[in-house]
Write a protein that binds this ligand. Structure first.
Ligand SMILES: [Zn+2]
Length: 309
Protein backbone atom coordinates (compact mmCIF):
# COMPACT_ATOMS: atom_id res chain seq x y z
CA UNK A 1 0.00 0.00 0.00
CA UNK A 2 1.41 3.33 -1.05
CA UNK A 3 0.78 6.21 1.32
CA UNK A 4 1.22 9.82 0.27
CA UNK A 5 1.03 12.78 2.64
CA UNK A 6 0.89 16.26 1.15
CA UNK A 7 3.22 18.20 3.44
CA UNK A 8 2.82 21.50 1.62
CA UNK A 9 0.72 22.82 -1.22
CA UNK A 10 2.15 26.28 -1.94
CA UNK A 11 4.81 27.51 -4.34
CA UNK A 12 7.85 29.52 -3.21
CA UNK A 13 6.99 31.99 -0.46
CA UNK A 14 4.06 29.93 0.83
CA UNK A 15 0.65 31.33 1.72
CA UNK A 16 0.79 33.97 3.05
CA UNK A 17 4.16 35.11 1.76
CA UNK A 18 6.08 37.24 4.25
CA UNK A 19 6.18 40.38 2.11
CA UNK A 20 2.94 40.04 0.17
CA UNK A 21 -0.34 41.91 0.50
CA UNK A 22 -2.13 40.30 -2.46
CA UNK A 23 -5.79 39.29 -1.99
CA UNK A 24 -4.95 35.63 -1.24
CA UNK A 25 -2.21 36.47 1.27
CA UNK A 26 -4.38 39.10 2.99
CA UNK A 27 -7.30 36.70 3.24
CA UNK A 28 -5.05 33.94 4.58
CA UNK A 29 -3.72 36.27 7.30
CA UNK A 30 -7.15 37.43 8.39
CA UNK A 31 -10.57 35.83 7.90
CA UNK A 32 -9.48 32.56 6.26
CA UNK A 33 -6.47 31.09 8.13
CA UNK A 34 -7.32 27.72 6.56
CA UNK A 35 -5.83 29.15 3.34
CA UNK A 36 -2.39 29.19 4.93
CA UNK A 37 -0.15 26.62 3.35
CA UNK A 38 3.49 25.68 3.39
CA UNK A 39 5.82 25.20 0.44
CA UNK A 40 5.31 22.17 -1.77
CA UNK A 41 6.52 18.75 -0.71
CA UNK A 42 5.07 15.28 -0.24
CA UNK A 43 6.08 12.30 1.87
CA UNK A 44 5.69 8.73 0.59
CA UNK A 45 5.85 5.31 2.21
CA UNK A 46 5.16 1.74 1.12
CA UNK A 47 5.28 0.23 4.62
CA UNK A 48 3.88 3.09 6.72
CA UNK A 49 7.04 3.05 8.83
CA UNK A 50 9.77 4.37 6.56
CA UNK A 51 9.13 7.55 4.64
CA UNK A 52 10.79 9.42 1.80
CA UNK A 53 10.32 13.11 1.19
CA UNK A 54 9.90 14.40 -2.32
CA UNK A 55 11.68 17.74 -2.01
CA UNK A 56 12.63 19.40 1.26
CA UNK A 57 10.91 22.77 1.51
CA UNK A 58 12.06 25.70 3.64
CA UNK A 59 8.99 24.91 5.79
CA UNK A 60 10.14 21.36 6.52
CA UNK A 61 10.49 21.79 10.26
CA UNK A 62 6.92 23.08 10.57
CA UNK A 63 5.68 20.33 8.24
CA UNK A 64 7.34 17.60 10.32
CA UNK A 65 5.82 18.94 13.54
CA UNK A 66 2.38 18.89 11.88
CA UNK A 67 2.73 15.35 10.51
CA UNK A 68 2.50 12.54 13.12
CA UNK A 69 3.56 9.96 10.51
CA UNK A 70 6.99 11.62 10.48
CA UNK A 71 7.55 11.92 14.23
CA UNK A 72 10.27 9.89 16.00
CA UNK A 73 9.12 6.46 17.07
CA UNK A 74 7.86 6.29 20.66
CA UNK A 75 10.50 5.09 23.09
CA UNK A 76 13.47 6.02 20.88
CA UNK A 77 15.84 8.71 22.07
CA UNK A 78 16.92 9.64 18.56
CA UNK A 79 14.90 8.51 15.57
CA UNK A 80 13.23 9.66 12.38
CA UNK A 81 11.00 7.69 10.02
CA UNK A 82 12.61 9.64 7.15
CA UNK A 83 14.91 7.39 5.12
CA UNK A 84 15.63 9.71 2.25
CA UNK A 85 14.85 12.82 0.25
CA UNK A 86 14.21 12.74 -3.48
CA UNK A 87 14.85 16.09 -5.14
CA UNK A 88 13.15 17.06 -8.39
CA UNK A 89 15.07 20.31 -8.85
CA UNK A 90 17.56 22.61 -7.17
CA UNK A 91 15.22 25.50 -6.38
CA UNK A 92 15.39 26.99 -2.91
CA UNK A 93 11.86 25.77 -2.16
CA UNK A 94 12.97 22.19 -2.92
CA UNK A 95 16.35 22.05 -1.16
CA UNK A 96 16.43 24.58 1.71
CA UNK A 97 14.69 22.12 4.06
CA UNK A 98 17.74 19.87 3.91
CA UNK A 99 19.40 22.36 6.25
CA UNK A 100 16.76 21.48 8.85
CA UNK A 101 17.85 17.82 8.72
CA UNK A 102 21.39 18.35 9.94
CA UNK A 103 21.14 16.82 13.41
CA UNK A 104 22.91 13.57 12.70
CA UNK A 105 20.19 11.23 11.45
CA UNK A 106 21.37 9.14 8.48
CA UNK A 107 19.45 9.40 5.23
CA UNK A 108 20.06 9.49 1.49
CA UNK A 109 19.60 12.36 -0.94
CA UNK A 110 18.51 11.24 -4.41
CA UNK A 111 18.91 13.90 -7.09
CA UNK A 112 20.08 14.49 -10.63
CA UNK A 113 23.85 15.00 -10.91
CA UNK A 114 23.23 18.66 -11.75
CA UNK A 115 21.41 19.24 -8.48
CA UNK A 116 23.93 17.20 -6.47
CA UNK A 117 26.74 19.35 -7.85
CA UNK A 118 24.82 22.50 -6.93
CA UNK A 119 24.56 21.22 -3.36
CA UNK A 120 28.25 20.40 -3.36
CA UNK A 121 29.20 23.86 -4.62
CA UNK A 122 27.16 25.50 -1.87
CA UNK A 123 29.32 24.69 1.12
CA UNK A 124 26.50 25.34 3.61
CA UNK A 125 25.08 21.93 2.63
CA UNK A 126 28.26 20.29 3.93
CA UNK A 127 26.56 20.34 7.33
CA UNK A 128 24.99 17.15 5.97
CA UNK A 129 28.18 15.12 6.34
CA UNK A 130 28.91 12.46 3.74
CA UNK A 131 29.22 9.99 6.61
CA UNK A 132 25.57 10.42 7.60
CA UNK A 133 23.96 11.63 4.45
CA UNK A 134 24.63 9.69 1.27
CA UNK A 135 24.15 11.32 -2.13
CA UNK A 136 22.86 9.11 -4.89
CA UNK A 137 22.57 10.44 -8.44
CA UNK A 138 19.29 9.85 -10.23
CA UNK A 139 19.60 8.61 -13.78
CA UNK A 140 16.83 9.67 -16.11
CA UNK A 141 14.35 7.04 -17.28
CA UNK A 142 15.94 4.33 -15.17
CA UNK A 143 13.92 2.88 -12.29
CA UNK A 144 15.50 2.88 -8.85
CA UNK A 145 14.36 1.68 -5.46
CA UNK A 146 15.28 4.02 -2.63
CA UNK A 147 16.78 1.99 0.19
CA UNK A 148 15.98 1.87 3.88
CA UNK A 149 18.73 2.90 6.34
CA UNK A 150 19.90 -0.70 6.78
CA UNK A 151 20.15 -1.09 3.02
CA UNK A 152 17.02 -3.19 2.69
CA UNK A 153 14.30 -2.60 0.13
CA UNK A 154 11.75 0.14 0.54
CA UNK A 155 9.22 -1.41 -1.82
CA UNK A 156 9.00 1.88 -3.73
CA UNK A 157 10.00 2.20 -7.35
CA UNK A 158 10.86 5.62 -8.72
CA UNK A 159 11.41 6.59 -12.34
CA UNK A 160 12.58 10.14 -12.98
CA UNK A 161 12.18 11.79 -16.36
CA UNK A 162 13.03 15.20 -17.77
CA UNK A 163 10.17 17.64 -18.21
CA UNK A 164 10.15 21.08 -19.85
CA UNK A 165 11.51 23.55 -17.34
CA UNK A 166 14.52 25.60 -16.47
CA UNK A 167 17.35 25.63 -13.97
CA UNK A 168 16.95 27.14 -10.52
CA UNK A 169 16.63 30.91 -10.78
CA UNK A 170 19.76 31.60 -8.75
CA UNK A 171 21.72 29.61 -11.36
CA UNK A 172 20.16 31.24 -14.42
CA UNK A 173 22.72 32.09 -17.05
CA UNK A 174 25.58 30.60 -15.05
CA UNK A 175 27.83 27.92 -16.46
CA UNK A 176 27.39 24.78 -14.48
CA UNK A 177 29.72 21.91 -13.77
CA UNK A 178 26.86 19.42 -13.52
CA UNK A 179 25.83 19.74 -17.14
CA UNK A 180 24.56 22.24 -19.63
CA UNK A 181 22.43 25.01 -18.21
CA UNK A 182 19.10 23.59 -17.14
CA UNK A 183 19.88 19.92 -17.82
CA UNK A 184 18.29 17.77 -15.16
CA UNK A 185 16.97 20.88 -13.48
CA UNK A 186 13.34 19.81 -13.66
CA UNK A 187 12.34 16.20 -13.10
CA UNK A 188 8.99 14.49 -13.12
CA UNK A 189 8.64 11.33 -11.07
CA UNK A 190 6.65 8.15 -11.52
CA UNK A 191 6.36 6.65 -8.05
CA UNK A 192 5.06 3.11 -7.69
CA UNK A 193 4.46 0.41 -5.09
CA UNK A 194 6.51 -2.63 -6.10
CA UNK A 195 4.09 -5.02 -4.38
CA UNK A 196 0.76 -3.74 -5.65
CA UNK A 197 1.86 -2.06 -8.87
CA UNK A 198 -0.12 1.07 -7.93
CA UNK A 199 1.56 4.31 -9.01
CA UNK A 200 1.23 8.04 -9.39
CA UNK A 201 3.06 10.92 -11.04
CA UNK A 202 4.61 13.95 -9.38
CA UNK A 203 5.37 17.06 -11.45
CA UNK A 204 5.60 20.10 -9.19
CA UNK A 205 7.30 22.04 -11.97
CA UNK A 206 6.55 21.75 -15.66
CA UNK A 207 6.78 24.49 -18.28
CA UNK A 208 4.56 22.81 -20.88
CA UNK A 209 2.74 19.63 -21.79
CA UNK A 210 4.35 17.83 -24.72
CA UNK A 211 2.82 14.92 -26.66
CA UNK A 212 5.35 12.64 -24.94
CA UNK A 213 4.22 13.82 -21.54
CA UNK A 214 0.56 13.34 -22.44
CA UNK A 215 1.27 9.77 -23.52
CA UNK A 216 3.10 9.12 -20.26
CA UNK A 217 0.38 10.50 -18.01
CA UNK A 218 -2.57 9.00 -19.91
CA UNK A 219 -4.49 6.52 -17.77
CA UNK A 220 -2.53 7.28 -14.57
CA UNK A 221 -4.50 6.69 -11.36
CA UNK A 222 -3.23 9.92 -9.80
CA UNK A 223 -1.12 12.92 -10.74
CA UNK A 224 0.24 15.86 -8.78
CA UNK A 225 0.82 18.66 -11.26
CA UNK A 226 2.33 22.14 -11.40
CA UNK A 227 -0.35 24.63 -10.34
CA UNK A 228 1.88 27.66 -9.84
CA UNK A 229 -0.15 30.27 -11.70
CA UNK A 230 -3.68 30.53 -13.05
CA UNK A 231 -2.68 32.86 -15.89
CA UNK A 232 0.79 33.12 -17.35
CA UNK A 233 0.95 36.90 -16.73
CA UNK A 234 -0.84 37.06 -13.38
CA UNK A 235 2.16 38.29 -11.37
CA UNK A 236 2.63 41.17 -13.81
CA UNK A 237 -1.04 42.19 -14.08
CA UNK A 238 -1.42 42.05 -10.27
CA UNK A 239 1.65 44.26 -9.87
CA UNK A 240 3.42 41.56 -7.86
CA UNK A 241 6.40 40.94 -10.10
CA UNK A 242 7.87 41.12 -13.57
CA UNK A 243 8.04 37.44 -14.50
CA UNK A 244 5.55 35.29 -16.33
CA UNK A 245 4.87 31.70 -15.35
CA UNK A 246 6.84 30.64 -18.43
CA UNK A 247 9.80 32.80 -17.33
CA UNK A 248 9.82 30.80 -14.11
CA UNK A 249 9.46 27.44 -15.87
CA UNK A 250 5.81 26.92 -14.96
CA UNK A 251 2.77 26.22 -17.11
CA UNK A 252 -0.44 28.12 -16.31
CA UNK A 253 -3.55 26.30 -15.12
CA UNK A 254 -5.82 28.12 -17.61
CA UNK A 255 -5.63 28.91 -21.31
CA UNK A 256 -5.52 26.85 -24.48
CA UNK A 257 -2.04 25.52 -23.71
CA UNK A 258 -2.54 25.48 -19.92
CA UNK A 259 -2.54 22.41 -17.71
CA UNK A 260 -6.32 22.03 -17.47
CA UNK A 261 -6.83 22.04 -21.27
CA UNK A 262 -3.67 20.09 -22.08
CA UNK A 263 -4.39 17.25 -19.67
CA UNK A 264 -8.11 16.92 -20.41
CA UNK A 265 -9.42 13.67 -21.80
CA UNK A 266 -6.44 11.55 -20.78
CA UNK A 267 -8.38 9.23 -18.49
CA UNK A 268 -6.38 10.29 -15.43
CA UNK A 269 -8.05 8.99 -12.25
CA UNK A 270 -7.36 11.88 -9.92
CA UNK A 271 -5.77 15.24 -10.73
CA UNK A 272 -4.31 17.37 -7.94
CA UNK A 273 -2.59 20.72 -8.33
CA UNK A 274 0.49 21.32 -6.25
CA UNK A 275 3.06 24.13 -5.97
CA UNK A 276 0.36 26.80 -6.10
CA UNK A 277 1.56 30.38 -5.89
CA UNK A 278 -0.15 32.78 -3.52
CA UNK A 279 -1.05 34.97 -6.52
CA UNK A 280 -3.23 32.17 -7.92
CA UNK A 281 -6.94 32.98 -7.42
CA UNK A 282 -7.83 29.27 -7.62
CA UNK A 283 -6.63 29.06 -4.00
CA UNK A 284 -9.75 30.99 -2.94
CA UNK A 285 -12.60 28.54 -2.32
CA UNK A 286 -15.29 30.82 -3.74
CA UNK A 287 -13.43 32.13 -6.79
CA UNK A 288 -14.58 31.59 -10.35
CA UNK A 289 -11.17 30.16 -11.16
CA UNK A 290 -11.53 27.55 -8.41
CA UNK A 291 -14.91 26.52 -9.82
CA UNK A 292 -13.47 26.17 -13.33
CA UNK A 293 -10.62 23.99 -12.05
CA UNK A 294 -12.96 21.79 -10.01
CA UNK A 295 -15.47 21.44 -12.81
CA UNK A 296 -12.58 20.21 -14.98
CA UNK A 297 -11.89 17.51 -12.39
CA UNK A 298 -8.94 19.13 -10.60
CA UNK A 299 -8.47 19.29 -6.86
CA UNK A 300 -6.77 22.08 -4.90
CA UNK A 301 -5.55 20.23 -1.80
CA UNK A 302 -4.70 21.38 1.71
CA UNK A 303 -1.55 20.73 3.74
CA UNK A 304 -1.67 17.44 5.64
CA UNK A 305 -3.97 15.56 3.27
CA UNK A 306 -3.16 11.84 3.07
CA UNK A 307 -3.89 9.68 0.04
CA UNK A 308 -3.60 5.91 -0.06
CA UNK A 309 -3.09 3.95 -3.26
ZN1 LIG B 1 0.45 37.06 -2.02
Amino acid sequence: MLRVVILGVAAGGGVPQWNCGCPVCRTARTERPELQSTQASIAISADGEHWFLVNASPDLRQQLIATPQLHPKAGKLRHSPISGVILTNGEIDAVAGLLSMREGWPFTIYAHATVLSTLKENSIFNVLTEKNVRRQPIELDRAFEPALPDGSRSGIEVVAFAVPGKSAWYLEGKPHTGGRNGAGGTLGLRIGDKTTGKYFYFLAACAGVTEDLKARLAGAPLIFFDGTVWRDDELITAGLGNKTGQNMGHIAMSGDSGAIASLAGLDIGRKIFLHINNSNPALLHDSGERKIAERAGWQIPADGMEITL
